[in-house]
Design a protein around this ligand. Structure first.
Ligand SMILES: [Zn+2]
Length: 357
């Protein structure tokens, strides 16, 4: 008992590291390891999702109910990294983690595969994908439309022409076998502010005119130069999905995907970042545990309103005096952007509900 007490005192005064304090009851293993959300997401992407990615261009044409088995792994990974509850909506997890659904992710991988294949005309699959009628294949096998074949429709929607992709050439002889490379370093002897170098004006003119030119002006480009266009397209498809989630609690806080609200509480400890994530998603133990315990939804009878995160943080007049000490905003969108997370936590601690978040 003395030992436990001593460890508690040393730990609370930050005199022990997370590992030194051992794995004690009521403490998450992740807290002890000091793993923050960004590290956990990185670990998930590297160790788990990379395995799901392998061969996805081929197995991605499987039936939806078969692919759904993989979704549960994806969701579990995100839930652990974010510290979210099982009741949290899946689309909120995607938006909060900045991680697309596996369906969108597979679509992106298929895009990249087609782009690269287009630049490799000697590849065995090139003829099958670009010349053989893939739609006939789908009819014969009675399978779902091929994932790669599906991308052609998306390429049209994204306004990406595959005909501008250059073939990858193997340089012969390879650059490391080339000798006597002449390097002209005479420019380094010039003063940087010296503008009288011959030809400089022409270079400046051409540089200024470059953005006004049509993108490729008939020239072929390297396949990976189109990847950013693909990323933009996938993000727009995801954003369209997200915009359809009008009733989602997180949508009010985070209408535009890609914004990292988490950075405000970064480095403040696992407990705080988990609490802030649950508050943004709108699913905390205090407000949603009734779903897991099969009880009635908490209700604020004094003000005839459901007991939600919004009600606690913004609406409930009973907490008005306490709230004024920490912040005085009336919408969640601004609250999570303008108020320091430690003040929101301070408010909840003052109300005595922080431990139930
Ligand atoms: Zn109330």
């Amino acid at each position: 008992m003395v030992n436990d007490r001593l460890v508690h005192v040393l730990e609370s005064r930050n005199l022990l590291s997370n590992v030194q304090c051992g794995f004690r009851k009521d403490h998450s293993t992740l807290d002890h390891l000091g793993a923050d959300r960004a590290t956990l997401l990185k670990l998930y992407r590297t160790l788990v999702r990379s395995k799901l990615d392998y061969g996805s261009v081929i197995y991605g044409s499987a039936k939806k109910h078969v692919l759904r088995a993989l979704d549960s792994i994806h969701h579990q990974g995100l839930r652990i990294a974010l510290g979210a509850f099982r009741t949290s909506p899946i689309k909120s997890l995607y938006a909060e983690a900045g991680e697309p659904s596996l369906e969108h992710w597979r679509m992106k991988l298929a895009f990249n595969y087609v782009l690269k294949l287009k630049s490799l005309p000697r590849n065995l699959c090139h003829e099958v994908v670009f010349e053989a009628p893939l739609s006939d294949f789908s009819v014969v096998t009675k399978s779902e439309p091929n994932l790669v074949a599906n991308t052609f429709e998306h390429f049209k929607n994204a306004n990406i022409s595959l005909n501008i992709i250059d073939n990858l050439h193997v340089q012969c002889p390879p650059p490391w076998e080339e000798h006597n490379i002449t390097v002209d370093i005479s420019l380094t002897k010039q003063n940087k502010e010296n503008t009288s170098i011959r030809g400089n004006e022409n270079v400046d003119k051409l540089a200024k005119a470059a953005p006004n030119r049509t993108s490729t002006s008939g020239k072929l480009i390297y396949y990976s130069d189109l990847k950013c266009k693909i990323n933009t397209y996938i993000k727009s498809v995801w954003q369209r999905d997200w915009d359809a989630e009008g009733a989602n609690k997180l949508h009010e806080v985070l209408p535009n995907l890609g914004e990292d609200l988490h950075r405000r509480g970064k480095g403040a400890g696992r407990k705080l970042e988990t609490a802030m994530c649950r508050l943004r998603v709108g699913h905390t133990w205090l407000t949603q545990s009734y779903l897991l315990k099969n009880e009635q939804q908490p209700f604020c009878y004094a003000w005839d309103s459901l007991y939600t995160v919004r009600h606690i943080l913004i609406d409930c007049p009973d907490f008005q005096d306490t709230r004024r000490k920490y912040f005085s905003l009336t919408d969640l969108y601004r609250l999570f952007r303008e108020v320091n997370p430690s003040r929101i936590v301070g408010y909840l601690k003052d109300l005595g509900v922080y431990g139930k978040i």
